[in-house]
Design a protein around this ligand. Structure first.
Ligand code: SF4
Length: 236
């Protein structure tokens, strides 16, 4: 697949928070196959391929100027695994001496497996939206084979690359006990990150009337998750 097919909808030139411990550029690829109620990336997930985008050449040129002090590139979205040129993009970035982290919702396990097996990514962050039952539909408003989430979890847990699993905790959608159930599904994982829901620019406008996730709810959720994973991190 030619690199020219890759559309980049957004870019953060330097970030210290999107790949903990690394200074990274973040690029956002368009489109997503889920519709999470709290999603803040409406323009990116609904943006068509024909919409305005940042030319890949401009991004590669910018990276060349950062050689020597930038650690890596986070490929985020939207859902980047929908991009047919993703492998080529990873290859191009790695050939220029930068590490690559993939952010994914885990719905395309074969793509994640391919990138890991081909040595095209150095790290992966996978969002897990809910326990692997009907609540996934409540959060994502999308019907799809939940088996794929389980497959992605297994692929990542059995890989040797750096990884983390992440959940956004919106009390209207998930209880601390639900977070405990998610942690059970990733039993033995090295790192599980909990992020608070924030009622800002949500895909589902009704979510904007709700309060942000209180710290004590995150702490309760972390306590319930701790028994299943090596480390729970509250971020944001
Ligand atoms: S939050 Fe959900 S809808 Fe938004 S980009 Fe991530 S997976 Fe897609």
């Amino acid at each position: 697949m030619h690199l020219k097919t890759v559309r980049i909808k957004g870019l953060v030139e330097t970030s210290l928070i999107d790949w903990p411990g690394r200074l990274a550029t973040v690029i956002f690829l368009p489109g997503c196959n889920l519709r999470c109620r709290y999603c803040h990336a409406k323009d990116i997930i609904l943006g068509g391929l024909g919409d305005e985008h940042i030319p890949i050449e401009a991004v590669l040129e910018m990276l060349a100027g950062h050689e020597g002090w930038l650690d890596g590139v986070v490929i985020s979205g939207g859902e980047p695994t929908l991009c047919r040129g993703l492998g080529r993009l990873c290859e191009e970035i790695r050939n220029r001496g930068f590490s690559v982290k993939l952010d994914t919702n885990g719905t395309r396990p074969s793509v994640v497996a391919g990138l890991i097996n081909d040595g095209l990514i150095d790290a992966v962050s996978m969002d897990i939206k809910a326990p692997l039952d009907y609540r996934y539909l409540e959060v994502t408003q999308t019907i799809f084979g939940l088996r794929r989430i389980g497959q992605s979890i297994d692929i990542i847990l059995n890989s040797s690359i750096e990884y983390e699993f992440r959940t956004t905790v919106a009390p209207s959608l998930l209880s601390p006990a639900d977070v405990g159930e998610i942690a059970r599904a990733i039993q033995g994982a090295r790192r599980y990150v909990l992020q608070p829901f924030r009622p800002h620019a949500c895909l589902d406008k009704s979510m904007e009337a709700l309060p942000a996730c209180p710290t004590n709810v995150l702490q309760d959720a972390a306590r319930l998750a701790q028994g299943f994973v090596e480390k729970v991190v509250i971020r944001g």
